[in-house]
Design a protein around this ligand. Structure first.
Ligand code: 13P
Ligand code: ZN
Length: 275
């Protein structure tokens, strides 16, 4: 099934898909094994810096072969694409979905660039995500007090034709320095105004209640990155200080297990297991 079809289906049925960023083979394995164990679909995301780190070919090949090996329903997505050139590179390598992030530009510029991305991705039948509003990136001021306006979201989706829209409802990337104020009421209004699937960026550090509330109020894709990185590295640091073992194939597995546990937990929060 095409990702844009599934997201559109999720929009109607008020469900959300976990979109997890991976950084290397180990985090990829941790994430996909969770999807296999729970038999849940998952979006595998790559940021530009992860692409630079692993190499595009390597990252795509690893993702495709592990999807096959675990026999899971998964899609490959470019996270925060900064240019149409990068989108093209990814689509040519078979990505199912791309994000064009022109959220720091004016509304008009964002419309212009995002529309181009939509037209461009058409021939690939790919899902296109854009962002409207301020969702602080790592290192940026977290609270802005600015939220995506429902009317703007409606107009933006009409003008661009994007399938998915990342909205600003009080979340930010990275861990929260203060308890965030998440405006589920605004999210609910946006959700009623637009046919696009809605995306929550900055999923790390949000309480289970907020994550559940976000789904109930219209989020269809939840992005999770920092918690995965942190979970893996925390366990690895602990292991390295508690063992003389130098065989990385023995040191890495418990850290991969932690990633699997984290992803399973998040998947169950988003959609409890039927009993
Ligand atoms: P976190 O790093 O806060 O989980 O955000 C993830 C994200 O939005 C990736 O695009
Ligand atoms: Zn993001």
């Amino acid at each position: 099934m095409l990702l844009k079809e599934l997201l559109s289906d999720y929009k109607q049925t008020r469900q959300a898909l976990l979109a997890a960023n991976f950084y290397n083979f180990e985090t990829l394995k941790g994430i996909t094994r969770a999807a296999a164990l729970l038999e849940r679909p998952v979006i595998l995301q790559l940021s530009e810096s992860s692409i630079d780190y692993m190499g595009l070919d390597m990252a795509v090949s690893m993702a495709r072969s592990i999807i096959r090996e675990y026999d899971i329903n998964a899609w490959l997505h470019l996270d925060h694409g900064s240019s149409l050139e990068l989108l093209q590179r990814c689509l040519d390598k078979g990505f199912d979905s791309v994000m064009i992030d022109a959220s720091e530009k004016s509304f008009e510029e964002n419309v212009k660039i995002s529309s181009k991305a939509v037209r461009f991705a058409e021939s690939y039948n790919a899902n296109v995500e854009a962002e409207l509003g301020y969702v602080a990136k790592l290192g940026q001021k977290q609270e802005s007090g600015e939220y995506t306006k429902p009317d703007d979201a409606k107009r933006f989706v009409e003008l661009t034709g994007v399938n998915a829209l990342a909205v600003a409802i009080g979340t930010a990337h990275g861990f929260y320095k203060r308890k965030p104020v998440i405006r589920l009421d605004i999210l609910n209004m946006i959700s009623k105004e637009t046919p696009a699937a809605l995306v929550l960026h900055g999923g790390s550090g949000l309480s289970d209640e907020i994550l559940k509330g976000a789904v109930i109020n219209g989020i269809n894709k939840i992005n999770l990155a920092t918690e995965t990185k942190n979970t893996f590295m925390k366990k690895l640091k602990f292991l390295l200080t508690h063992t003389e073992e130098i065989d990385l194939r023995k040191v890495f597995p418990p850290a991969i297990d932690e990633v699997t546990d984290l992803i399973k937990k998040k998947m169950i929060i988003i959609k409890p297991i039927d009993v």
